[in-house]
Design a protein around this ligand. Structure first.
Ligand code: AMP
Ligand code: MG
Length: 300
């Protein structure tokens, strides 16, 4: 009997974004569905808003309580802390109280009061997260502190979805979590032009068995007093970062790392990009500046 490869695309909604998995293989639809199921499993572990998730339990445990978590969440927090160290805090998963205050998902978001921003800012420091490897547990030092893996979990989910597909014997696929891409096989990935309709690209990246992740001010924002307030917060100021970039794209074998670094580079800006990227092996970045310059950093 002759098996003919088929192409199947399954699109669903998870992790606050459109998830689409396209697979070309003998049992394409079944493999794509397994990948989508894996993304949903990770959402249920890592969402800050799903009661019972590891992150939810960390945030609701209170200061000083040690919360045992899955090895996956533990390692992702550990990786996040490493990126915080290397970026001198430009990347910080403890910005969550600020994200909640700004509430970019609200129907009618507003610029918060400066005093409220200052109060939340006093709760932000990745150094106040303690990890206990023997117990695989996480402890937050300050009352009111909370974390969000919003800047890394989609990347981790893309890594896992890609692994599931490989385990299914797939050699040709694209996993797309709202622009957070994993390419299995050789693909040309377009990089979205900020503030233009989806699918309008300012450049492309040739990717083979690796991930391409973009962070940008255009992804989630509101406008007030002729200014744009976007969802990536500068943990130094409590306000949306103003580093002079429209977007930061990172290419890496690890989508979790690419996700963390794209957010980090977006906050850190072009001047610090070289030293950050060179701290990691096999990472390549494309920055788009507000004055429309394209800057390439690292090795392809
Ligand atoms: P991304 O879309 O991957 O760039 O991640 C943005 C999301 O990460 C936001 O919606 C927040 O939940 C969270 N976040 C915002 N600012 C930061 C930051 N400086 N460091 C880490 N996470 C952040
Ligand atoms: Mg990110």
């Amino acid at each position: 009997m002759l098996f003919v490869p088929r192409t199947a695309t399954i699109t669903d909604y998870a992790m606050n974004t459109v998830v689409s998995v396209t697979v070309r293989s003998h049992s394409a639809a079944a493999a794509a569905q397994k990948a989508i199921d894996e993304v949903k499993r990770i959402e249920s572990l890592m969402s800050a808003t799903v009661p019972g998730s590891d992150v939810y339990r960390i945030n609701s445990a209170g200061a000083g309580a040690s919360v045992q978590v899955s090895g996956e969440v533990y390692e992702l927090i550990q990786m996040s802390l490493n990126v915080s160290d290397i970026t001198d805090g430009a990347f910080d998963i403890t910005v969550n109280p600020l994200s909640e205050l700004w509430d970019f998902n609200a129907a009618d978001p507003k610029v918060p009061d400066a005093e409220d921003i200052a109060e939340c800012l006093s709760l932000v420091s990745y150094r106040d997260i303690a990890l206990n490897p023997a117990q695989s547990s996480v402890t937050l030092a300050k009352e009111g502190m909370s974390i969000s893996l919003g800047a890394v979990a989609k990347g981790y989910a893309a890594d896992r979805a890609a692994q599931i597909l490989r385990d299914e014997g797939v050699h040709d696929a694209i996993v797309d979590l709202g622009g957070n891409i994993y390419a299995i096989g050789s693909k040309r990935i377009g990089i979205q032009t900020p503030f233009k309709s989806r699918g309008e690209y300012f450049t492309t990246v040739d990717a083979e068995d690796c991930s391409v992740v973009t962070s940008g001010s255009y992804e989630r924002y509101f406008a007030a007093d002729d200014k744009i307030y976007h969802h990536i917060i500068d943990p130094g100021t409590g306000y949306p970062s103003a580093s002079g970039l429209k977007s930061a794209t990172v290419v890496s074998k690890s989508s979790a790392l690419a996700d963390a670094l794209s957010t980090a580079l977006f906050v850190a800006g072009e001047d610090r990009a070289d030293s950050i990227v060179s701290s990691f092996d096999g990472v390549y970045a494309v920055l788009l500046t507000e004055d429309n310059r394209t800057i390439e950093v690292g090795t392809k």
